[in-house]
Design a protein around this ligand. Structure first.
Ligand SMILES: Cc1ncc(COP(=O)(O)O)c(C=O)c1O
Length: 444
């Protein structure tokens, strides 16, 4: 049995037994023990739990009316309706790809024509785009550099491909360029530069800390990665999943916009957060040679992601229905974030818990006093579940090497629960932390 190092806790493995059948592929064996399935199961199995774990979007503000209007428009034209109900292409619906190019250039202040429609690939969510890109770039033992902490589903995906995720320091302003340079220098000195295929950066309100990469670091990352692309291209995988979920301050241009030659940055985005994850349309703008390789790969897997979803999103954009929806969800999330921070100030700060105050995204990242272990094997996780609240242990969000994994952190999501439940959940969590601190004191 080959077990990949990304196997977060034995509790997870107890719940999701590692396949013992030796006929399974190595990749199937490496895929065991993903925290996402475990946490989703816990939330579903105990509906009374207040889950501050799930990264789902707000249920009540899902776009019923805009979706209905877009569907009516599609079905009002039988030719358009039949086109939407047919298979699409591997690349994805051409008109939506044009719309995505226009929107990205408008958001980045980019020169018309600087992105070719052929560079855009549509997928079933940006996760699929990240997966097909990684599958096209990575052989087992290849390396992706990632800020630590980071999006645990992406880390799991790397583990599933047999790749190594190597951590790089990330502070309040995102991935630290000097730390990236240093990590590349160290890997080069060890003769491992040829293994480094990409640097993954969620550049807006990342997951799990809701940190946005500082504007001045964006061109710096492109410069560093290009400088180290000596014998082969090292790509930056820029993930803009939360770009639209900004509740204060001004948008900043993407990392991609600083990639003048268009050879370095793969930029992905999604309509899951800004519109609907059930529709699940994601996209990627890829450097031209990589786009072809990814299309070859995707052609073998699904020869096109759901065409109907792509037509629906295209119609939503055409009818101008996305912007008002984004404005309305920004208001909803602003209120939820404020409820969470207010409750953290009231209940967690007095216990010595430190947390970030983000201005976008769906998460608050919290650091417990040092003696608390937030993992599923630790006491706090069980106490919190008994009290009726679920969180994501922060240790899930750390790469397998390169940076230390603190055990006292957690990700709290404010996307799903009502402001009232958020306040209640944080109070219950504070009660659990208080008992845990009391128990820790008794044993010392
Ligand atoms: C940072 C980040 N990237 C990508 C995704 C994937 O979203 P989707 O596949 O629905 O587009 C998520 C989902 O939570 C995320 O947090």
């Amino acid at each position: 049995m080959l077990l990949h190092p990304f196997s977060p806790t034995s509790a997870v493995n107890e719940f999701l037994p590692v396949p013992s059948d030796d006929s399974l592929s190595r990749r199937a064996q490496w895929s065991a023990g993903q925290p996402i399935s475990y946490l989703m199961h816990m939330a579903l199995a105990r509906p009374s739990l207040i889950s501050l774990a799930a990264g789902f979007v707000d249920q009540h503000s899902l776009p019923l009316e805009p979706t209905r209007k877009a569907l009516d428009a599609i079905f009002g034209d039988p030719v358009a309706a039949r086109a939407a109900l047919q298979y699409g292409t591997t690349h994805g619906y051409h008109h939506l790809r044009e719309q995505i190019v226009d929107r990205l250039l408008a958001a980045d202040g980019g020169r018309p024509g600087s992105i070719a429609v052929e560079q855009v690939v549509l997928t079933a969510g940006s996760n699929e785009l990240l997966h097909v890109v990684c599958d096209s770039l990575l052989d087992p033992d290849d390396i992706v550099l990632v800020g630590a902490p980071n999006y645990f589903v992406f880390l799991g995906m790397l583990a599933n491909l047999g790749a190594r995720s190597v951590g790089v320091a990330s502070d309040q302003r995102g991935l630290v360029p000097e730390a990236l340079d240093e990590a590349l220098r160290t890997l080069a000195a060890r003769g491992e530069l040829s293994r480094v295929k990409a640097v993954y950066v969620a550049s807006y309100f990342d997951n799990p800390r809701s940190i946005t990469l500082a504007a001045e670091r964006r061109p710096a990352l492109v410069e560093i990665v290009r400088r180290w692309s000596k014998d082969h291209t090292i790509y930056i995988l820029e993930d803009t999943a939360y770009r639209e979920l900004r509740y204060a301050g001004q948008d900043v241009p993407s990392i991609r916009s600083f990639d003048e030659s268009g050879e370095t940055v793969v930029c992905t985005g999604t309509f899951s957060k800004s519109f609907s994850p059930g529709v699940r349309v994601g996209w990627g703008v890829l450097p031209k040679p990589l786009a072809q390789a990814v299309l070859n790969q995707k052609g073998n897997i699904d020869f096109g992601s759901p065409n109907f979803s792509q037509h629906l999103i295209s119609k939503v954009l055409e009818l101008g229905l996305l912007e008002p929806h984004v404005a309305s969800i920004q208001k909803t999330y602003r209120e939820k974030l404020s409820a969470m921070l207010g409750a953290c100030d009231e209940h967690l700060a007095p216990l010595g818990v430190r947390y970030q105050r983000p201005s976008g995204g769906l998460y608050v990242w919290a650091e417990m006093p040092d003696e608390i272990d937030t993992g599923t094997d630790g006491e706090l996780f069980q106490r919190a579940m008994e009290a009726g609240v679920l969180y994501v242990p922060g240790s899930y969000c750390y790469p397998s090497e390169g940076t230390p994994t603190p055990l006292n952190t957690m990700r709290l999501s404010f996307g799903v629960q009502s402001p009232e439940n958020i306040r209640r959940g944080i109070k219950l969590l504070a009660d659990a932390i208080r008992s845990e601190l009391g128990a820790a004191k008794l044993t010392t």
